[in-house]
Design a binder for this molecule. Structure first.
Ligand code: 3PG
Length: 306
């Protein structure tokens, strides 16, 4: 009997785990769970007899695949799959899939939540500012950005989006005005929210030269990946632009320096929590389980990324 392993350092909500188990067992598979593991050895031990693996941001490299001779499929329950070595998987004929869109609303709500939290001075009682009437640039316009645009529309923000993979029409349908360069996006936007993946073209691409184009009240929001940020550029922006703020769901490596020097102008969640809702866990976890069952039963690899 095939075994489906859920291995998550950051666990799913219990209700999502129950749902995944039910889908696996009703389809006739073994269900196995490894949560909050601390060492790679624990993961290696658990994955040994797995035919399918469901993970979140857990790092799955060649060394993990090496000890799992039966592994046929890995599903990243979420959007970004930069934590999985796709080449190593391809070499071993392991299919990798993600579950696009399933946790997008949760991340979008956190983006807007961080913006309001900062605009209202961390709810400290002092007068703040409002988002209504402000400009918001969406850097890439995928599932999360579209949800941000939907909520921001209700607030009364003016949205711009840059996404070289979409037509102007597709961006307009999502409620934003298309712009045709990153420079244009940053020049027009008081708030910029990042929705780009961490790939070689984007690593450290959010730098001082780009950020300095932002108008007065420049606030950068990052619920994507910390790797896309040029951290020296962020520090330079903090130094040269007293209006600049940085809100991130992934604390930068130099967070202590920022905390020490730029108090009151940043917010970092204690742990990446954009997708950390019961709803997102249910959506992404159950979708992952269903995709695996479909793959085993029919060979169909929906949302294959390798
Ligand atoms: C994603 O890529 O789906 C998000 O960054 C969420 O990641 P997480 O499942 O590790 O919270």
């Amino acid at each position: 009997m095939k075994t489906i392993l859920v291995a998550t350092k950051k666990p799913f909500a219990p209700v999502a785990v129950e749902g995944i188990k039910k889908i696996a067992e009703e389809a006739g598979y073994n269900f196995k769970l490894l949560e909050k593991y601390e060492t790679e050895d624990e993961l290696k031990e658990a994955v040994k007899d797995a035919n399918a693996l469901i993970v979140r941001s857990d790092k799955i490299h060649a060394g993990i695949m090496e000890v799992a001779p039966n592994l046929e499929v890995i599903v990243r329950a979420g959007a970004g799959y930069d934590n999985i070595d796709l080449d190593a998987a391809r070499e071993r004929n392991i299919v990798v899939m993600n579950t696009p869109g399933q946790n997008a609303n949760a991340v979008a709500e956190l983006v807007i939540g961080m913006m309001i939290y900062y605009a209202r001075n961390f709810f400290n009682g002092k007068p703040g500012t409002e988002l209504m009437g402000k400009t918001l640039g969406l850097h890439a316009f995928g599932n999360v950005a579209r949800n941000v645009a939907r909520i921001a529309k209700g607030i009364g923000m003016k949205m711009y989006a840059y996404d070289p993979f979409l037509t102007d029409e597709q961006i307009k349908e999502g409620g934003a005005e298309p712009v045709h360069s990153v420079e244009e996006l940053y020049s027009k936007s008081q708030y910029v929210s990042l929705h780009i993946p961490a790939i070689k073209e984007t690593i450290k691409s959010i730098n001082y030269d780009l950020l300095k184009l932002m108008p007065e009240g420049a606030t950068l929001v990052n619920a994507a990946r910390k790797e896309v940020i040029d951290e020296d550029g962020i520090v330079k922006m903090f130094e040269e632009r007293p209006d600049f703020a940085y809100l991130s769901d992934i604390a930068p490596d130099n967070k202590d320096l920022i905390a020490e020097r730029f108090e009151g102008r940043y917010y970092f969640t204690p742990k990446k929590m954009g997708a950390q809702t019961a709803e997102a866990n249910i959506n992404a976890g159950l979708a992952a389980a269903r995709q695996i069952v479909e793959f085993f039963k029919t060979g169909e690899a929906k949302f294959k990324v390798n």
